[in-house]
Write a protein that binds this ligand. Structure first.
Ligand SMILES: Cc1ncc(COP(=O)(O)O)c(C=O)c1O
Length: 355
């Protein structure tokens, strides 16, 4: 049996006609909202907040590169704060010690589809008068306390519609959400090379426009999002039950993803289902041999990346992120995964532990 990490063929098959109709509609009209990618959304968000050289942005070292990359691209400095080892999200209690007079913003990332602990971060930001940009690239629709949703808790939230996301376009796409009219207008201008009207440039922006075709595909997919997310959540439940029933959890061979807000229907939207496992690399190889696709998010934490060597970090500086980088493994979780496939994956993990 083959269990790919992601099966876009199975995902798009049932809505192929709708996707093609959307493409036809776009060919006859044109519209565009949002941003060209999650990365550009983050970049434009920081540009709109006028983050630049000399500024610091506090963020997590355990994320996709874009979260810190955009900070550095603007000449600002990413200041890393370690993660909470159970949720993989920024350790909110550790953020305050990283704030200096140069801090312009805090950028929490809602990793894998579960919100960072935002209340203490928002309180801290208000107390120190710094801005908050949420990297909600992986967390569209994820709920935090009181029904607040990822990306909507601060002034600016950034979403990615990269094909691997719960709501994925058929290529690159992204979106910024903001409740601030002035910021929204500034973002629209930045998105079009800083021009308003066309050819009259107030600031230097970029081409951050959302491709019209991708927008149309997203419109087709949007009504399916809740159902797909439910599918991912059910799959996560199945894995959890199987890993518990087969004793892998009690044995400490597999650590299940923490559900920090499991009282909420969208407390975790499982963009990724990430376990921790002993001998992770060997397990990955074993699963590969059994035809099972997995991924390591992320093998090198950002503070240890070569391009950030000038920040002077060493191994041991962010122990929770470094441990996660060594032990975490993402298993297939896409909504079309069958119960048989999930059982097959769980059995293959059991087989590895019993070898
Ligand atoms: C946490 C995080 N931030 C930012 C991004 C960047 O989004 P995109 O790939 O759409 O540029 C991603 C996407 O992979 C992500 O996972």
């Amino acid at each position: 049996m083959n269990v790919p990490l992601l099966d876009l063929g199975a995902h798009h098959g049932p809505i192929e006609t709708e996707l093609l109709q959307a493409m036809t509609r776009v060919l006859r009209s044109h519209f565009a909202v949002g941003m060209s990618s999650g990365t550009d959304a983050l970049l434009a968000a920081l540009m709109a907040l006028e983050v630049g050289p000399g500024d610091e942005v506090v963020t997590t070292p355990y994320s996709f590169f874009a979260s810190a990359g955009v900070v550095a691209r603007l000449g600002a400095t990413p200041v890393f704060v370690d993660i909470d080892p159970s949720t993989y999200n920024l350790d909110a209690r550790a953020v305050e010690s990283a704030i200096t007079e140069r801090t312009r913003a805090i950028m929490p990332v809602h990793l894998y589809g579960q919100c960072a602990d935002m209340d203490p971060i928002l309180k801290l930001a208000a107390r120190h008068d710094v801005r908050v940009v949420e990297d909600a690239a992986q967390a569209i629709g994820a709920e935090y306390r009181d029904g607040r949703r990822a990306g909507s808790m601060s002034e600016i939230g950034c979403v990615s519609f990269y094909p691997t996301k719960n709501l994925g376009a058929l290529g690159d796409a992204g979106m910024i959400v903001t409740s601030d009219d002035v910021l929204a207008e500034r973002l629209r201008i930045l998105r079009a090379h800083g021009a308003k009207p066309k050819y009259y440039h107030h600031v230097v922006g970029g081409n951050f426009r959302l491709d019209a075709l991708q927008a149309a595909f997203l419109n087709v997919k949007l009504p399916h999002l809740d159902g797909w997310t439910r599918g991912r959540q059910e799959n996560a439940q199945r894995y959890g039950t199987l890993f518990r029933e087969t004793g892998l959890v009690a044995q400490g061979a597999v650590t299940l993803p923490a559900a920090a807000y499991d009282e909420l229907p969208h407390g975790h939207i499982f963009n990724q289902y990430v376990i921790r496992a002993r001998e992770r690399d060997l397990l990955q190889r074993h699963l590969r041999q059994r035809g099972i696709g997995t991924e390591i998010y992320y093998p090198v934490p950002l503070h240890l990346q070569k391009c950030f060597a000038s920040l002077g970090h060493r191994e041991g500086d962010m122990p929770n992120s470094e441990a996660a980088a060594k032990e975490s493994l993402a298993l297939p979780i896409y909504p079309e995964l069958t119960e048989d496939q999930i059982r097959y994956v769980a059995a293959a993990v059991r087989e590895f532990v019993d070898r």
